[in-house]
Ligand binder design. Structure first.
Ligand code: NDP
Length: 493
C-alpha cells in the first residue's frame, strides 16, 4: 500500500478522515499514516485515506457500545423503517454511488450500477424481515411437562466489527450492515483502504436516513486497524470478508474473548458443462463466472469442467467470446475493467508466471482495448488442461484467469469439482433434470446454480464449506448471525 506521511494534496484530490465516530469525523496528524486512493483505470491518485490509530479504534468501539444501550431496545419495526429509508436513499443516489465505484475500482457501468441495486435490495430485504413480527417474536418451545413454559428469543449480539475487502465494497458492507442493524446491533465498519470512499458515502447515507449517531461508526486504514478491532474486548461479533489467510488471523483473534464470527473467505469454484448442455449458454456463463469484476470474486467459477463430447465446440466458442471481451476503462462498451491495484496486478501476473513455469499451457487470451493507456488492466487468460497440482488450478487467483479441464462422466466431474479445500459455489449447465438433481445433491458448495448466471438474492444465504469460511450471510440466517439465541424455562403462571 502506498503509504505516504508526506502527502501532497493537489488538484481535486480529497482526504478522507481517519474515522467517523458517533456522527463526528476525526482526523489524524499529518505525521501519521495515510495511503493513496487511486483510480484503478488510470493509476492516478484521486485522494488520500487517513488511517485511524489505536485510540480512534477504541473510541469507535466505545461509541458503538454506548449507542447499543438504547438502539438494542428500539422496535424491529422502527429499525425496518430506517432500513427502508437507507434503500430509498441509495436508489436516489444511484448515479453518484455508481460513479464513485467506477472511479475507484474501474468497474464497467453495468457492474457499478448492479452493486447499487444489490445493496438497496439487501436493505429492503432486511427491512421486510423487521416488518415480520414472527421473525422477532418470542416463541414457545414444546417441552414434555405441561407445568412449564419454555420460550426462545433472539437478541442482538452486541457490538459488531464489520471488516470488508475491496472487490465489492458497497455490496459486501450492505450484506453485513443491513442484518446487523435489523438485529439491533451497533457496528464499527473497517473498509479496505483501497476503496473506502464507497463506504464513506454509504455511512453518510445511513446517517441521513436517521440512524442514531454511534450506531454506525467507521474506522479507516489497513490490516492493522482490523487487528485492533478484532482484539477489542468490547467487540462481541466479527463479520469478516477477505482472504482465507486473513480469515485465519481473525479467527485466532476472536478466540481470545470467544467473539462470534462470520467468515466469508476465498473460493476455487467449478462450472460444469455436461454433454447435453446448450454450448452457447455454457460459454456465456463461463465468461461471466470467470471474468465478471475482472475475476476478482470469491465466487469466480475459474475451474471450468467440460464434457469430452462438447469440449472442442465449447473451446472454440469460448475463445471467440474471450477475444471479443472489451477490456476497457468504465464506458458503455466496457465488459471488463482493471484489477484493483498495482499490487494485485503484480500478484496475479506472478501466479500466471508460476503456473506457466510449472507447465500450464495458455490456450488463448483476450486483449486490452486501445483506451487502456495506464491503470491495472489485465487481459483475460484461459489455461487448458492444467495438472491437478498446478497453482492456477489449485489456488484462488482473484484475477481474470480461468482453467478448463475435460471430463468423461458425471462421477469424474463431481470428483474434480469437489477436489478442493474450498466450497463456496458451483454452476452446472445441463438440460437433464435428473443429472441436475444429482449435481445439486453432490457438489460440496454453499450455493449451486443450474443453468443460471450467478444470481444472488438477499433471501438466499451466502457462504461456503471448508476454507471458504464459517457461517452464512444473507437470508434469515444472516440476521440470526447478529443475534444470540436465548431460552427461558419456568413454571407457568
Ligand atoms: P485481506 O484478506 O488481506 O483483506 C480483507 C480485509 O481485511 C481488508 O479490509 C483488510 O485491510 C483487512 N485485514 C487484513 N488483515 C487483517 C487482520 N489480520 N485482521 C483484521 N482485518 C484484516 O485481502 P486483500 O485485500 O489483501 O487481498 C488479498 C487476497 O485475498 C486477494 O488477492 C484474494 O485472493 C483474496 N480476497 C478474497 C476476497 C473474498 O471475497 N473472498 C476479498 C478480497 C480478497 P486492508 O486491505 O485495508 O489492509
Amino acid at each position: 500500500m502506498a503509504t505516504n506521511p508526506e502527502r501532497q494534496i493537489d488538484g481535486d484530490a480529497f482526504v478522507l478522515p481517519a474515522a467517523t465516530i458517533a456522527g463526528a469525523t476525526f482526523s489524524v496528524a499529518d505525521s501519521e499514516v495515510c495511503s493513496r486512493i487511486c483510480n484503478a483505470s488510470t493509476g492516478d491518485t484521486i485522494g488520500w485515506q487517513e488511517h485511524a490509530n489505536a485510540e480512534l479504534v477504541d473510541r469507535a468501539v466505545h461509541a458503538a457500545h454506548d449507542a447499543l444501550i438504547t438502539w438494542r431496545h428500539t422496535t424491529p419495526a422502527a429499525r425496518g423503517r430506517l432500513l427502508r429509508k437507507i434503500a430509498e436513499l441509495l436508489e436516489a443516489d444511484r448515479a453518484r454511488l455508481a460513479a464513485m465505484q467506477m472511479q475507484v475500482s474501474g468497474k464497467p457501468p453495468f457492474e457499478a450500477d448492479l452493486d447499487v441495486s444489490d445493496a438497496a435490495a439487501t436493505f429492503n430485504y432486511y427491512a421486510s424481515l423487521c416488518e415480520d413480527a414472527a421473525v422477532f417474536a418470542t416463541e414457545p418451545v414444546a417441552v414434555p411437562d405441561d407445568t412449564l413454559l419454555a420460550e426462545r428469543v433472539h437478541e442482538p449480539v452486541g457490538v459488531a466489527a464489520l471488516i470488508v475487502p475491496w472487490n465489492f465494497p458497497m455490496v459486501t458492507t450492505a450484506w453485513k450492515l443491513a442484518p446487523a442493524l435489523a438485529a439491533g446491533c451497533a457496528v464499527v465498519i473497517k473498509p479496505s483502504e483501497l476503496t473506502s470512499p464507497v463506504e464513506h458515502m454509504l455511512a453518510e447515507i445511513v446517517s441521513e436516513a436517521g440512524v442514531p449517531d454511534g450506531v454506525v461508526n467507521v474506522v479507516n486504514g489497513g490490516g492493522e486497524v482490523g487487528t485492533w478491532l478484532t482484539a477489542h474486548p468490547l467487540v462481541d461479533k466479527i463479520s469478516f470478508t477477505g482472504s482465507t489467510a486473513s480469515g485465519r488471523k481473525v479467527m485466532q483473534a476472536a478466540a481470545q474473548d470467544m467473539k462470534r464470527i462470520t467468515l466469508e473467505l476465498g473460493g476455487k469454484s467449478a462450472l460444469i458443462v455436461r454433454e447435453d448442455a446448450d454450448v452457447a449458454q455454457a460459454v456465456s456463463l463461463a465468461v461471466s463466472g470467470a471474468f465478471a469484476n475482472a475475476g476478482q470474486m470469491c465466487s469466480a467459477t475459474a475451474r471450468i469442467l467440460v464434457h469430452d463430447d462438447v469440449y472442442r465446440r465449447f473451446m472454440a466458442a469460448f475463445e471467440t467470446a474471450v477475444r471479443a471481451l472489451v477490456v476497457a476503462p468504465p464506458a458503455d462498451q466496457a465488459a471488463m475493467g482493471p484489477l484493483i491495484s498495482a499490487a494485485q496486478h503484480a500478484r496475479v501476473a506472478a501466479l500466471v508466471g508460476q503456473g506457466v513455469e510449472a507447465g500450464a499451457q495458455i490456450a488463448f487470451a483476450g486483449k486490452l482495448d486501445a483506451a487502456c493507456h495506464a491503470g491495472y488492466f489485465m487481459a483475460p487468460v484461459v489455461i487448458a488442461e492444467p495438472a491437478a497440482d498446478n497453482v492456477l488450478w489449485t489456488d484462488e487467483i482473484f484475477g481474470p484467469v480461468a482453467c478448463v479441464k475435460s471430463f468423461r462422466s458425471d462421477d469424474e466431474a463431481i470428483a474434480l469439482a469437489n477436489d478442493t479445500r474450498y466450497g463456496l459455489v458451483a454452476t452446472v449447465v445441463t438440460n437433464d433434470a435428473k443429472a441436475a438433481r444429482r449435481y445439486k445433491a453432490q457438489l460440496r458448495a454453499g450455493l449451486v446454480w443450474v443453468n443460471t448466471p450467478q444470481l444472488i438474492f438477499p433471501q438466499v444465504c451466502w457462504g461456503g464449506f471448508g476454507l471458504s469460511g464459517i457461517g452464512r450471510e444473507l437470508g434469515v440466517a444472516g440476521l440470526r448471525s447478529y443475534q444470540e439465541l436465548r431460552h427461558t424455562v419456568g413454571l407457568r403462571a
